[in-house]
Write a protein that binds this ligand. Structure first.
Ligand SMILES: Cc1cn([C@H]2C[C@H](O)[C@@H](COP(=O)(O)OP(=O)(O)O[C@H]3O[C@@H](C)C(=O)[C@@H](O)[C@H]3O)O2)c(=O)[nH]c1=O
Length: 179
């Protein structure tokens, strides 16, 4: 697994080694020791994943930008099918990079994984007909603690590669921008 820093400190990209042969391919998608080493190398605290999620969305769906106020979740995101534009926003109080975002195309082709540390908001926009997204979380889902920042907050000015009007859940539609 190769690890790359991004332009937003804390957010990391993981690129698995893919072993292709006449049958198809094989890859390790997570290895605890390598992940621990990467976090240590980039000065982050060790984490434990406690929940695995899988969602399926159609083209132009935008989910986000979500975070949990209490029990902030770190998330390790990958795409099983299709392509998304995945975005993390630093919303940690007092952070030097507060309000900055980073976006990356994740797809079944590039097999990249994005690490979104606890304290960041997260969301994605679906570019392909269908996208299946799988992610591991470091805290359990706590709906009462869930907060949402509007995907189109002018202060964030996220440069979404929109190919059509985003399809949002009702709660994402009602979200406010960053205070
Ligand atoms: C996120 C989540 C939802 N649910 C339920 C609640 C609801 O009835 C249904 C759909 O929930 P949502 O509309 O919140 O799903 P969704 O909009 O896909 O929420 C997700 O968005 C991405 C961007 C993230 O980063 C995730 O952490 C999560 O917030 O699933 C769970 O049971 N456990 C969970 O962990």
């Amino acid at each position: 697994m190769k690890v790359k820093e991004t332009s937003l400190p804390g957010v990391l990209l993981f690129e698995p080694q893919v072993f292709g042969d006449s049958r198809g391919f094989f890859m390790e998608t997570f290895r605890q020791a390598d992940f621990d080493k990467a976090l240590l190398e980039y000065g982050q605290n060790p984490v434990t994943f406690v929940q695995d999620n899988h969602s399926r969305s159609c083209q132009h769906v935008l989910r986000g930008m979500h975070y949990q106020e209490m029990y902030p979740q770190g998330k390790l995101i990958r795409v099983l099918r299709g392509q998304i534009f995945d975005v993390a926003i630093d919303i940690r109080d007092g952070s030097e990079t507060y309000g900055r975002w980073f976006g990356q195309h994740l797809s079944e082709e590039n097999k990249l994984q994005m690490w979104v540390p606890p304290g960041f908001a997260h969301g994605f926009y679906v570019l392909s007909d269908i996208a299946e997204v799988a992610y591991r979380c470091t805290e359990y889902y706590m709906p009462e603690s869930e907060r949402i920042v509007a995907w189109n907050c002018p202060k964030l000015a996220i440069n979404w590669p929109l190919g059509g009007e985003p399809l949002l859940s009702e709660k994402d539609m009602l979200a406010q921008g960053l205070a």
